[in-house]
Design a protein around this ligand. Sequence first.
Ligand code: ATP
Ligand code: AH0
Length: 367
Amino acid sequence: MSRAIREDGPIRALGAMSGTSLDGVDAAVVQTDGSRIFEFGPSGYQGYTPEQREVLRAGLGQWTGDAVDAAAELVIQAHAKALSGFKEVELVGFHGQTLAHDPQRRRTLQVGNGAELAQALNRPVVWDFRSDDVAMGGEGAPLAPFFHFACAKWIGAEAPLCFLNLGGVGNLTYVDPSFDKPEQSGALLAFDTGPANAPINDLVQARLGLPMDKDGAIAAGGEVETGALELFLAEPYFSRMPPKSLDRNDFAEMIGLVAELGDADAVATLTGMCAAGVVQGMEHCPKPPTRVLVTGGGRHNPVLMEMLRVSLDCPVEPVEAVGLDGDMLEAQAFAYLAVRVTRGMPTSCPGTTGVGALVGGGIVSVP
Ligand SMILES: Nc1ncnc2c1ncn2[C@@H]1O[C@H](COP(=O)(O)OP(=O)(O)OP(=O)(O)O)[C@@H](O)[C@H]1O
Ligand SMILES: CC(=O)N[C@H]1[C@@H]2OC[C@@H](O2)[C@@H](O)[C@@H]1O[C@H](C)C(=O)O
């Protein structure tokens, strides 16, 4: 296989994402010219063991030091293993693992050195997607919106719609598909809506030794405590205008708001907080969206989905309703963005990260 990166026509790119919920590596192939999606290819998932998860968790919120180095090494090993089985791939888009994110101080850290991964896979690797945006005053996140724009075109959408990712953190992309290009002013508005699954996972892990509230079973037996919900919504983050982004642990103290509640009420309240952040965020959409397509693990939580449905004025459906794969959308996004980076196309704009000018971030490492 040639290692040269083709400069025009569609490329088969492999994207890889290790998300804030620290569950594992998602990997997926997209055939794209950086503008259009031509085809979705195979995908895979490699879960972290509980011990590996602890190594990553130990590095959260840190910028340097032994815990960061250990996390970085683990991330490269896990990705080399997860990605080596993909054949006929011309390029890899490697997000890495976010350990810390502080755009206000112009800092964001995704570990895993892509140059090492390029050697391990013997393929060109695009990585460090967020640093340039942050250096130019942007939020550095979310970055999936340019891919969401392409997805809206791929499904033939004609009216404004939203993609909602419910991972560890929640993020929303408003897309107006009447525009030709994602970077046109008005085509996209994107931001993190608030914490999503991370606080739920952290609480059930601490109290019950469970990795998640599977299928919302615990929340279903509880009630949302409105006092705690109101305190949560009084956080200044929610009155800030988008674009805006969060670090995974920015809301870690919100578990304290439910500390006095029983397990079911505590989980129901954290689930209600996730939904409330989304509902509040939706008010920023420039035009009423015709539908909300939900991606990420939170779409499997029926309690959370029902909370959104009763509060929003448009249909709320998993992205599978339009033929997309909600477990792989982020990995696919970084495959798509990798091709854009190699072709000098922007990957963020004022509407997606609040950056002042178009940015095409990312480092290209060729083995
Ligand atoms: N069946 C389910 N019921 C309830 N919650 C679920 C279910 N499946 C997944 N989840 C939740 O989704 C989480 C994983 O979501 P996802 O893989 O989208 O996160 P991520 O990609 O790591 O995060 P981010 O998008 O913030 O980077 C799990 O940790 C869990 O909290
Ligand atoms: C700094 C960082 O890694 N942010 C992630 C995180 O996980 C969800 C949300 O917070 C989003 O802003 C972003 O990921 C997605 C893939 C994005 O950049 O679009």
